[in-house]
Each structure stands twice: as structure tokens, then as C-alpha cells.
Design a protein around this ligand. Structure first.
Ligand SMILES: [Zn+2]
Length: 407
């Protein structure tokens, strides 16, 4: 057929990415970017029938870590029989030609970052300042929902994905927070330029209700009991402590640490707050120069959490860079690592070699077998931990493990 007649040269190393993109179109990718292997396996079996797959020597076992379908749709170096590619492509209603067409398309629901700030009154509107997107599953639609937070102005928005093309990156479904820059502008339009609420709403690209809501917020605040000077001094001290404790943090990041404190100072000692906050540390001239040192510190706890989660999976999963990136929801992590030495060092200390993973999986299998009150036999451990491809060296280590458990 086509494969025989024409010469195809595929970028094998990136083929899994293309497949992922195709899988995402058919709903086989979770919001975090994992392939739903169980669903994929089951549906593919339903599509072709068990018998045909067996006849073709392409049996699919959804729970098996070494199943060809699982390997074909994850990053791998193995070469697969063209038939297996065809089986997947036909099932996904794609063709051999569509591999070329879909090449280099991102399977990330929101494309690759950095993403633009969409604050209409920020001078940096449209500039790609948002490094990462936090992705969750939208409860109503089941689609991925991305949260984008601009650290420079505090504006944050969400968008339901997946994006259809790059222009979608300039669209949002909802503003989550307008942030201090936007609010200040609103205040300025009303109080300094004496614009009407309607005109202010037009300039801010929001409804007049939103303007009213925020104005009410502004007007109400000062009517609350104003803090005494002594109390205000305490607040200032607390703020200065934060600044000292987190020397690399921007004003917005400090605000996130103690929103109540920031709000009080913002209303009662705004000028002081501006004078005693870090200025422009993160960015230079508002362009894209990014403070990686700071990013390194922010990303590290996310990575730690992600690794912990991977290690706590019920059935062991190998700790790979890819998994970590997926779990932490950080796109393009590999290329960013060079600029984040602390995170890099931590990740390198936690990555598992195939052998390390096989040993961990063997330990897990032994525990499981023991829990079921059965004798720990080598064949049972191998079956359960899928160790059929383990090297002789690894197997001898596993033998010792089993021995120690049985005595
Ligand atoms: Zn911004």
C-alpha cells in the first residue's frame, strides 16, 4: 500500500509527540497531558476485535507496561512494525500522510509558553511574560482549563482549551484577578481624569457592572476602621520582614505571601508600600528578561511535590523527567533546567534508571504478594512487576531481594 509505494521519512524521535497531538484531538489525553492508556487500549480492541489483533500478532493489553500500544504512544527508541503504526493511525481516523501534517504540533493544551499578559491597561500587554500555565480539568466541559498569572501586574485569566491555534493565546474566558495595576488605572480614570463609569468601562474593556463593583470595593475599604499608627507601624514591620526574608521576590509575589497585610498597607500607606517594595528586580525595561534565579526557587517546591506524587502512585511509575514535567504541569521543563541549577540538581538526584525502577517495582510486588499472604516466588514477582525484560544483573539483585524477604 502507501507505505510500500512511497518513501516516508519520519522523525522517529518526535513521532510520539505527533501521536500525542493526534490522541489529544480524540480525547485520549488527560488535562495534565497523560495518555489515557486504559481507555485507548479498550477502544482500540473494541474497534478491531481481539481476534484480529491476535491474528496480526498485535495483541493489546491495556494494563501491561510493555504493551506495544503503550510504548508506541510514549517516548521510546524502539522500532515498531509498520502494521502497528497503521493500526493506531486508522483507529485515530488519521492517515500516513497526516503524520507529516501533524508534525511539530504541540499536544500541550495551550501550546508552548511563555504566554502573553492580557491586561488591557498594562504597558506590557501582549508581551509573553507568563512562563507557565497551571492546568486543571474544567468540571463543566471536561476540557483542560488553564490559569495564567502575570507576575508583573497581577492580572490573571483563565481559558478553556485545548487551543485550536496560536491566536487562541490572546483570548481568555474569564478574568480571575485584575490585579493592582488595573485597579490603580480604574481609580485614576475615575478620580484623576474624572471620566464617567461608562467611559472607564470602555477603556478598561469591561462591563460597567465590573467598574461599579470595583469602585464599591475601593470606597468601602477606607470606611472600615482605620488602623492606629501603632498598628500601622506593626504592619510595616511585618512587610519589611517579608521583603528581607524573600529578597528575590517581586512585590506581587510578596503580596501572595500575605494578601491581608498587603491590602491594608495598600489602602493606608500606599506610598510607603511602593517605596519599600522591591522594584523592577524581575524585569528590565519591561522586556522579556526573566529572573531565572527566582524562578528556580519557585519551581523547586512544585517539582518536589510532583516527584512525591509520582512515588506515591499505587502502582509504581518510573520517575522520569517527562513524568515530572507532566505532573508539575510545566511545559518545556528540559530546556528550562539549564537556567535553574537548584531544580536541576534536585531532579537529577531523583531520576530513576531502568534498573532502579525495576528494583523499586520488584520491592512493591513483593510487598503486595506478602500482603495477600502468599509465598513470594520469583515467577510471581516477575509477573506482577513486569520484569521480563530485566537484565541478568538486575535479576540477580532481585533474587537476593526475594531471598531476604523469604527468610
Ligand atoms: Zn501583566
Amino acid at each position: 500500500m502507501k507505505l510500500a509505494k512511497r518513501q516516508y521519512s519520519w522523525d522517529i524521535a518526535n513521532l510520539h509527540k505527533t501521536y500525542r497531538f493526534m490522541l489529544s484531538k480524540r480525547g485520549y489525553l488527560t488535562a495534565q497531558g497523560f495518555v489515557n492508556q486504559t481507555k485507548l487500549g479498550r477502544n482500540l480492541i473494541r474497534y478491531y476485535g481481539d481476534e484480529l489483533l491476535k491474528y496480526l500478532n498485535c495483541e493489546v493489553k491495556p494494563g501491561d507496561a510493555n504493551c506495544w500500544l503503550r510504548l508506541l504512544t510514549s517516548k521510546h527508541r524502539a522500532i515498531f512494525h509498520p502494521l502497528k503504526h497503521i493500526l493506531l493511525l486508522v483507529f485515530l481516523q488519521e492517515s500516513v500522510d497526516s503524520i507529516k501534517e501533524n508534525e511539530n504540533k504541540s499536544f500541550f493544551a495551550f501550546g508552548e509558553g511563555p504566554y502573553p499578559c492580557l491586561n488591557p491597561v498594562a504597558e506590557h500587554y501582549g508581551q509573553r511574560l507568563i512562563e507557565d500555565v497551571q492546568i486543571k480539568r474544567d468540571e463543566n466541559t471536561g476540557n483542560p482549563r488553564g490559569l495564567f498569572v502575570c507576575e508583573k501586574c497581577g492580572f490573571s485569566y483563565s481559558r478553556i482549551g485545548p487551543d485550536k491555534d496560536i491566536n487562541d493565546q490572546f483570548r481568555y474566558n474569564k478574568v480571575i484577578e485584575y490585579g493592582p495595576v488595573w485597579k490603580e488605572k480604574l481609580n485614576y480614570f475615575i478620580n484623576n481624569e474624572n471620566l464617567s463609569k461608562k467611559e472607564t468601562a470602555r477603556r478598561l474593556n469591561v462591563s460597567i457592572e465590573t467598574v461599579r463593583r470595583y469602585l464599591n470595593g475601593f470606597e468601602k475599604q477606607p470606611k472600615k476602621e482605620a488602623p492606629t499608627i501603632k498598628k500601622l507601624d506593626e504592619l510595616k514591620k511585618r512587610w519589611l520582614n517579608l521583603v528581607e526574608q524573600y529578597p528575590n521576590y517581586s512585590q506581587n509575589q510578596l503580596r501572595e505571601l500575605d494578601k491581608g497585610l498587603y491590602t491594608l498597607l495598600y489602602y493606608y500607606a500606599k506610598e510607603w508600600l511602593q517605596q519599600n517594595s522591591p522594584k523592577g528586580k524581575t524585569y528590565h525595561n519591561g522586556n522579556k528578561r526573566f529572573n531565572w534565579e527566582e524562578r528556580d526557587k519557585q519551581v523547586l517546591p512544585l517539582i518536589k511535590k510532583a516527584i512525591e506524587k509520582i512515588l506515591n502512585e499505587e502502582k509504581p511509575i518510573r520517575v522520569t523527567l517527562y513524568r515530572i514535567a507532566q505532573e508539575a504541569g510545566i511545559s518545556g521543563l528540559k530546556s528550562k533546567l539549564e537556567k535553574m541549577p537548584e531544580t536541576k540538581q534536585y531532579i537529577l538526584s531523583k531520576l530513576e534508571s531502568v534498573e532502579q525502577f525495576q528494583l523499586r517495582r520488584a520491592k512493591w510486588a513483593i510487598e503486595m504478594i506478602k500482603k495477600q499472604g502468599m509465598h513470594v516466588s520469583k515467577s510471581k514477582v516477575m509477573e506482577m512487576a513486569n520484569l521480563h525484560k530485566a537484565s541478568i544483573e538486575t535479576m540477580s539483585k532481585i533474587d537476593k531481594l526475594i531471598e531476604s524477604y523469604n527468610c
